[in-house]
Ligand binder design. Sequence first.
Ligand code: ATP
Ligand code: SKM
Length: 290
Amino acid sequence: MDGRAVAPAAGSILTAFATGIGSAFAVDLETTATVELTSDGAFVGEIDDRPGEDTSLIERCTELTVSRYAEDAGLEAEDVGARVVTESDIPMAAGLTSSSAAANATVLATLDALEIADAVDRVDACRLGVTAARDVGVTTTGAFDDASASMLGGVTITDNGSDELLQREEVDWHALIYTPPERAYSGETDMDACRRIAPMAELVEELALDSRYGEAMTVNGFAYCAALGFSTEPMLEVMPDVAGVTLSGSGPSYVAVDERATLEAVRDRWDDRDGTTRLVATRTDGTNTA
Ligand SMILES: Nc1ncnc2c1ncn2[C@@H]1O[C@H](COP(=O)(O)OP(=O)(O)OP(=O)(O)O)[C@@H](O)[C@H]1O
Ligand SMILES: O=C(O)C1=C[C@@H](O)[C@@H](O)[C@H](O)C1
């Protein structure tokens, strides 16, 4: 039995390291997971085109999903194993939620292989991926904010301490994303520095809950650039022309939102920098079987 699912990336509105409350929105970059069920009880992962990269997240996702749902599919969990392969156009460890997209795609592809994808609540499926991310140490707060945006689409606001969804709204922006060449792994974030900006994070939370997402993300960006030692220059280069701009996740990517034409007009300011600039649509749908 084979299953397949596709999950989008996400950009930040409120990064959750300071208070545990986070907010993110889905963007049109994708990870695809293909899962083949086996009968040897082993869980084996492969990341296409990245032979040396750590596959423990996607292996744990298949294992947890089989353990939780095999019996619902009429199978004995002990006899079931899985082979999972991911293919992705989301840069890894760049602040664009590659880990949450890989987890969501893998959980849903495993449910698809078990032929019960439509019977499982998407938020429960998302929480399973968050548990796997915690188990293998690729997250600090669990990143339910990023994971829920990728699973459901649109903007989500979450409490990553309790994995509760506080708000979800569909938005119609485009996103301009600048990714410098370096990488930043979320599991290695300086949490002491992040906790010092908690009062700013609380202000960002108020703005986001009031649907003032552009202002929220810009305050978030200045606070997290300061806490994590990233430059605010890329933000200043596109302000005040865009509705919002921030450092995304644990960096090093920056993301700006507005109408497509506005972002096209400022794009060359980031194109001049080392790294990659992408102009993508936001996504109101989330993770789906394929
Ligand atoms: N396409 C993928 N397939 C399988 N595993 C992946 C994939 N992308 C990321 N991962 C896993 O996630 C880890 C990177 O997680 P990390 O949280 O640091 O990056 P990120 O999710 O891109 O960043 P951020 O959380 O700041 O948005 C990788 O080491 C790998 O274990
Ligand atoms: O690992 C984590 O806990 C997080 C990672 C980042 O992507 C952030 O965007 C998120 O808010 C929290």
